[in-house]
Design a protein around this ligand. Sequence first.
Ligand code: GLN
Ligand code: ZN
Length: 753
Amino acid sequence: MTTSIIGFPRIGENRELKFNTEKYWRNEITEAQLQDFAKNLRKEHWELVKNAGIDDIPSNDFSFFDNTLDTAVLFNIIPDNVKALDLSPLDRYFALARGYHGDKGDVKALPMKKWYNTNYHYLVPQVYEDTDIKLNGTKIFDEYQEAKDAGIQTRPTLVGPFTLLSLSEYHNSKPDTIFDKLVDTYKQVFAKLADQGAEWIQLDEPELVKDVTGEKYDLFIRVYKELLKDKQTNLKILVQTYFGDVRDVYDDLINLPIDGVGLDFHEGRKTAELVKSGFPDDKVLFAGVVNGKNIWRNHYEDTINLIKSLPAKNIVLSTSCSLLHVPFTIENEEFPEDIKKHFAFAKEKLTELKEIQAILSGKDQAAETRNKELFEKPRVKEDPKVHERVASLQDDDFTRHPSLEERAKIQKAEFKLPVLPTTTIGSFPQTKEVRKTRAQFRKHEITQEEYDKFLAGHIDEWLKWQEDIGLDVLVHGEFERNDMVEYFGQNLDGYLFSKNGWVQSYGTRGVKPPIIWGDVARNKPITVKWSKYAQSKTDKIVKGMLTGPVTILNWSFPREDISKRESTIQIALAIQDEVLDLEKNGIKIIQIDEAALREKLPLRKSDWYSEYLDWAIPAFRLVHSKVKPETQIHTHMCYSEFTDIIPAIQNMDADVISFEASRSNLEILDALQAEHFKLQVGPGVYDIHSPRIPSVDEIKNTIHKIIDKVPVQKVWINPDCGLKTRGIKEAKASVENLTEAAKEVRAEVKEEI
Ligand code: GLN
Ligand code: ZN
């Protein structure tokens, strides 16, 4: 049995690729210097993987920005306006990724979307009626050659045609517009690689783990039929899937005239069952047994039993997905040894593959014993009090009383807010000064007193501004928070933070997800101090501001020994404690952000409720079910794409929800209208992601569109997300225009009534 991986984190052990690329963007190094650096980095990584004992090593998994973009560029799927820019190929590539504004022209970046159920983002290829598919660029060939010259035979990787066709956006065109030429050009790539001496190619086809039925199924069958017809080369083809199982196409897939099939045994709930139903002797099964998405050590005994139970004759031990989704190495982390030994980041996963291989061939008894010991005692810090609390939950703990309608009446009397009340989503600009002061405090360069004084000063200033411009419901501004999840993680038991555990999110951007290490509990109030302070400074209502349990879980590395449901319930109880403390301390409106709720919807629609929403929504309700009727609960979501889960959103049973709407042309309003949405809503009236300041008239216009569709009594007026990434000037000007617009429309509406 041999070993392989699907891809390796290209950012480098210390995010060297990020820093060098950004230097290049700032004109601090030349293109030749950047290319040179990248070449060395690739070589370093191939050697690292090779020295770890991995047999089959991928190439072209490197990217300056994104592999889907690389693939689009390889096939010349490049909008005309970018092609027309008089730039070097590399700069044109960056223009696609980031937009270009300069003396050579002005183009917008390609849209970016989440890569399946990960926090990685890909650039969406844009197909037009005249898109001229042909070989363009040599990256995949060059990188193969580079490795070969370094004495390493690699398996070039490429986004597969089915996934590429499925992810592309079509303008006056459809997959058929480019189908024939695309298939043809893939074949040219095969021929060229075979000429160079490549033995295998890996086609990444994660699209196959979604619901592949109807037209989609036909497309898959057709594209592979054409691709494999009259095969001219000996190049072996691996169709690599990940992030789920391929239940809709398993039989078709294993009967294709290809040489290898890559399957995910972690997220693919049905993968083992499918393989057990039969796997052909003439194909290689690339068995994704080491989890590429999480950071816990593999359970060797389970893995070995699984491998032994599979009927496949030729098995390559592999990871469940590219290692791109985990941090580089645990080596430099400062966790205590007895914690550290439970984790495997990318580099350590290579060792795991090697050890599993050795154990299977009876060569490494010691590794087996060491691994067994890891699982003899609980891997995490357990807290019996948390267990008791979770076990004692009753249905009623997930239900708020009285009903939404009753509460609305009570709250209306309590708050006496005007029609179309105005508010913001929570954060105000995180200026350099704010970030610097927070860092100084973290490094103990300033005292708690000095830091508190700084925060209080900021809160005072921004409260005064909010009062002056006449906002109805105020916020304290979140100056004490670096990040909406990390801040809570740092204040909860059961969380761990790495120093260097970066995972690529998009381009040169990374995230450092916290690790849920034990049972989660809150041992002291987190936000009460500043919320209470802010409320004491004004007669208007100041909203409390919390992050919800589903978002906290979705942006962390979760435990593997208990279900995500159970982890989320633990977090929900911790946040419930915070909600009740805020309420006790005089906070009358509490916003519980669920920015990432939609993000982890299962890839198969048929799993949406049973696998996710059926516990995620109750977990949210658990957080606020115990508050008094007069306490108003808000929630906020960053996406408007929830037209298809409106009943679930309604089931969250918050009193008010705000969400992004301005960019999607308020489409969601039709859906809300059609579904008789019951909650009060604040569809964002302008896009905070752009520095542009919306005029009063523009916002009035948007408000009119909203109240055309949603009863005016239910509408709140707010921006579409927090303002922390904006500059002070534009943030203030925009919100001032927002309050003015609301006042003007309010006057009109009053007259009408
Ligand atoms: N309350 C948070 C903020 O304003 C919400 C952030 C988000 O939705 N991503 O920053
Ligand atoms: Zn948001």
